[in-house]
Write a protein of this length. Structure first.
Length: 129
């Protein structure tokens, strides 16, 4: 089950709700794999995983594109061997990989507002599935 995460900026009025974690739709491996098509080393890892029945964990995390500042839901996958991949795609330039900074889930980490730069604290506001 996933959760809603909301960020609001009291200074400029920026407000956005994100769906983080994972839900029922996220158990289709092919759909999960499609989030990572462009990433270096990804194709080899997928081929290795398709040959086995290895366990993987998928979820969406809150992240910030360091190139444009946009906050986004970032797909992340952890394989049985501990290898972690997270998407480095952003709509500011969908054909390139970007530096994406993931926001910690539970420690009250702040993130800059994409509009004015003031610090926002993500807040859990509900559950989804």
């Amino acid at each position: 089950m996933g959760y809603f995460c909301e960020v609001r900026c009291p200074d400029c009025g920026y407000s956005r709700k994100f769906q983080l974690g994972c839900g029922k739709k996220d158990f289709d491996r092919e759909a999960v794999y499609s989030h990572f098509d462009m990433m270096d080393g990804w194709a080899a890892k997928v081929e290795e995983m398709k040959k086995s029945s290895a366990y993987l964990t998928f979820r969406y995390r809150l992240g910030r594109c360091e190139d444009c500042g946009m906050l986004k839901e970032v797909p992340e996958i952890t394989f049985e061997d501990g290898t972690v991949f997270y998407s480095k795609q952003c709509t500011c330039d969908p054909d390139s990989e970007h530096e994406i900074r993931l926001v910690a889930d539970e420690d009250g980490e702040t993130v800059p507002c994409p509009d004015c730069g003031n610090m926002l604290t993500p807040e859990r506001t509900g559950l989804w599935d």
